[in-house]
Write a protein that binds this ligand. Structure first.
Ligand code: GLN
Length: 445
């Protein structure tokens, strides 16, 4: 374990990707030495894992890639970290992300952007871009990310790795620094579907500290490997056509034929409210974010300035200095959507649209077992290409955010290339049907 870790850290330190924000070198090497002397058991015994920097790790700085949290060392582990450690895993460090998970490209980080290992001029996707880039480049065998509106699946798709968003409630959010509580889940980013199943086995399960947490039916690893004969795949017509890169379309249709060749059948379906998903998502996500981020007042966590001033001044100065541009934009827009007079027009309306989108999936998944689509409408774009135009960046989430609004599970698996860049196939399933989702993804892979 120690030798392997030395090699990993050497590779990370030589890397130009900027995938990590903090390395836990000393504690990881010490754990590895102990492991080598007296190996312990567990599903992940001695396995190094990289963790997105919005998941609290005891004794390891956790910043959400924001200036406002610099220097914050959590005194406790998130539920998923407790589970990883209990199964023998070794935490090697924290990975770069968009500030507070707000983004699709890992360009809003205060540590600077992460680069895509397939083309260093391009973004790795986001917001869990550091986790996906690290796994794709062999800087970590597996990683955790968080997915509020695609942040695990998008970087997995752009970097050519597997990335999964579990059903809402399957994985405890205790210790995940909240962006939009009603949408997000922690999920694995791995090289193979089998590894994703193994990690999900470890992190899923009931936790009384998250009131939305539900017991896991468990063993996902044993559910994969069986054939997929007789499974019906739905292909939603709204997820193809205008705005979708032709190379991405081709790769996804090829994947559907592969599934057909494995004994599944497919049919076209409709998810008629798809075009309302983006505006509804951004109103809900920004509203929740504006409320969640109120706790960063410069007194309780991280960065501190002007302690001799009154509370209002300290609060304003620290937030002006500590938050980046995109985070401020979202706090302002979310506060606006929640304010008296606008609440009904925007926030309540968005909640109603959310119900319609959820029903779309319920109807569709009554007729088919699995839904297949592109994960992202195009492959990784150039660093700097979209960051100055927030709307164009938001639009790229069109196929990932409906899944979070509906709360269903989805996985992105590599399905070929467009212009030499990886393309992701997104598979979706009924709530808590991760076993089938992983089985189909594994059969395809
Ligand atoms: N790109 C989306 C956003 O910026 C999704 C982010 C996420 O899943 N954390 O909100």
């Amino acid at each position: 374990a120690e030798e392997y870790l030395h090699r990993l850290f050497e590779r990370i330190e030589r890397s130009r990707l900027n995938a990590f924000t903090t390395l836990a070198k000393e504690s990881a090497l010490e754990a590895a030495r102990e492991f080598d002397a007296r190996p312990w058991g567990g599903a992940l015994a001695g396995i190094p894992v990289a963790i997105k920097d919005n998941i609290c790790t005891r004794g390891i700085e956790t910043t959400c890639s924001s200036r406002i949290l610099k220097g914050f060392i959590p005194p406790y582990d998130a539920h998923v970290i407790e589970r990883l450690r209990a199964e023998g895993a070794i935490i090697i460090g924290k990975t770069n992300m968009d500030e507070f998970a707000m983004g699709t490209s890992t360009e809003t980080s205060c540590f600077g952007p992460t680069r895509n290992p397939w083309d260093l001029e391009r973004v790795p996707g986001g917001s869990s871009g550091g986790s996906a880039a690290a796994v794709a480049a062999g800087e970590a065998p597996c990683a955790l990310g968080s997915d509020t509106g695609g942040s695990v699946r998008c970087p997995a798709s752009f970097c050519g790795t597997v990335g999964m968003k579990p059903t809402y409630g399957l994985v405890s959010r205790y210790g995940l620094i909240a962006y939009a509580n009603s949408l997000e889940q922690i999920g694995p980013i791995t090289k193979t579907v089998e590894d994703a199943a193994l990690l999900l086995d470890v992190i899923a399960g009931h936790d009384p500290r998250d009131s939305t947490s539900i017991a896991s039916e468990g063993n996902y690893l044993s559910s994969i490997g069986r054939d997929i004969r007789g499974i019906c795949i739905g292909v939603p017509e709204e997820y193809f056509g205008e705005g979708v890169d032709p190379g991405v379309e081709r790769a996804v249709w090829d994947a559907v034929s592969v599934l057909e060749g494995l004994g599944a059948s497919w049919r076209k379906i409709s998810l008629p409210h798809t075009k309302y998903a983006l505006p509804a998502y951004y109103i809900i996500a920004m509203s929740e974010a504006s409320s969640n981020l109120a706790r960063f007042d410069g007194l309780r966590y991280g960065l501190r300035v002007g302690e001799d001033k009154d509370w209002h001044t300290t609060f304003s100065e620290i937030r002006a200095m500590g938050f980046g541009k995109e985070t401020k934009r979202r706090i302002l827009l979310g506060t606006y959507a929640l304010s008296a007079g606008y609440y009904g027009r925007y926030y309540l309306k968005a909640l109603k649209v959310r119900t319609l989108i959820k029903r779309d999936f319920e109807h569709a998944l009554n007729k088919v077992d699995i839904i297949a689509s592109p994960t992202m409408p195009f492959p990784a774009f150039k660093i700097g290409e979209r960051i100055t135009d927030p709307l164009s960046l938001y639009m790229s989430d069109v196929f990932t955010v409906p899944i979070n609004l509906a709360g269903i599970p989805a996985i992105s698996v590599p399905c070929g290339f467009s212009d030499g860049l990886p393309v992701g196939l997104q598979l979706m399933a009924r709530p808590f049907d991760e076993a089938l989702l992983l089985r189909v993804a594994n059969a395809y892979e």
